[in-house]
Ligand binder design. Structure first.
Ligand code: TUI
Length: 308
């Protein structure tokens, strides 16, 4: 299953680790890259200095390629965009917006740019502005999501653009990976499954909630704000629903959401924290190393795709 994207990025397996804000740090990303996938450090809304340190730490752990994700809603996005050039990062993925204004700078630094896209129109726009590949992320994903499912989004984007397409959203094992390849994807991006990795430093309480999650345990909050976010149901998600029901002013969503992800990831607050997770959380049941996860996905997908 050596794909075009593996050649482009110099990786062994067509598996990206999803850029989970506050979670995907040097420990996780370096372990994924060392195991032959593409580890990605998530910029999230963290200050640039913190992420620069994570990039440097990761480079000490592995010599293999590592990506950085820039979340374009972050107040530090401009700074982060320069930092990846200064640190010699070779792969940048973006989320929650259009990175057009950074494209020339990144190209001048020989960076491969791979934006996450939630629709065909946005995918086409990204490719026109110079994207080397796109990540087609379905609404099954955790965190900030679009409307379309992976099943319908991936083949339509594959038909619409002439760059490699990485499928994301709802992929947690080799079956999902094989399905994504059948839809025309060149690689997959996996987030929630990597929460269960030994190398993932997310709070134990967060991991336990993932292990105990059932199929219907996630919900999309904040649709009214234009920034819908999929999280596990808890006290916080119920408070978001209350805001929807009384048509609360939009700044109340911002207040409720502020710092909520760090509360879950770092403090382990499973009531008032934002436990971002994809719909596939229910199949994630055991702790494994990144290497075990990647090899299991590859073995299972290869077997299915070869008719086994
Ligand atoms: O970015 C994500 N997922 C995320 S980011 C995040 S951090 C966060 N923290 C607090 C509040 C909100 C987010 C958690 N999860 N996924 C990639 C993604 N990108 N999903 C959807 C999009 C997207 C949406 C619109 C990409 C481009 C786009 O373009 C709109 C336009 O018109 O330019």
């Amino acid at each position: 299953m050596k794909s075009q994207i593996c050649e482009m990025l110099g990786i062994e397996y067509p598996i990206f680790q999803g850029a989970m804000a506050w979670i995907a740090n040097a420990s996780l990303a370096a372990a994924v890259s060392e195991a032959g996938g593409l580890g990605i450090i998530a910029g999230g809304t963290a200050p640039t200095k913190l992420i620069r340190e994570e990039v440097r730490k990761a480079k000490e752990i592995t010599k293999k390629p590592i990506g950085v994700n820039i979340m374009l809603l972050s107040p530090y996005a401009d700074d982060m965009a320069r930092m990846v050039c200064e640190e010699g990062v070779k792969v940048v993925t973006t989320g929650a917006g259009t990175p057009g204004k950074y494209m020339d700078m990144w190209k001048a630094h020989d960076i491969k740019v791979i934006p996450v896209v939630p629709s065909v129109a946005i995918a086409k726009r990204m490719v026109r502005s110079g994207a080397d590949a796109v990540i087609a992320e379905g609404t099954e994903a955790g965190g900030h999501v679009g409307e379309l499912t992976t099943m319908v989004l991936v083949p339509q984007i594959v038909d619409a653009v002439d760059v490699p397409v990485i499928a994301a959203g709802g992929i947690g094992d080799g079956r999902g990976m094989a399905a994504a390849f059948m839809l025309g994807a060149d690689a997959v991006q996996v987030g929630t499954r990597f929460l269960a990795a030994y190398e993932c430093t997310v709070h134990e309480n967060y991991k336990k909630r993932i292990f105990n999650a059932k199929d219907i345990d996630t919900i999309v909050t904040g649709r009214r704000t234009g920034h819908p976010v999929r999280i596990l149901k808890n006290k916080l998600s119920r408070r978001f629903i209350e805001l929807d029901q009384r048509l609360a002013p939009l700044d109340e969503y911002e207040k409720l959401g502020a710092g909520a992800l760090a509360r879950a990831v770092i403090d382990g607050d499973m009531d008032n924290g934002s436990i971002m997770a994809g719909q596939i959380a229910a199949i994630v049941n055991k702790e494994q190393s990144c290497k075990e996860i990647i090899l299991e996905l590859m073995t299972q997908a290869n077997k299915l795709l070869s008719g086994g």
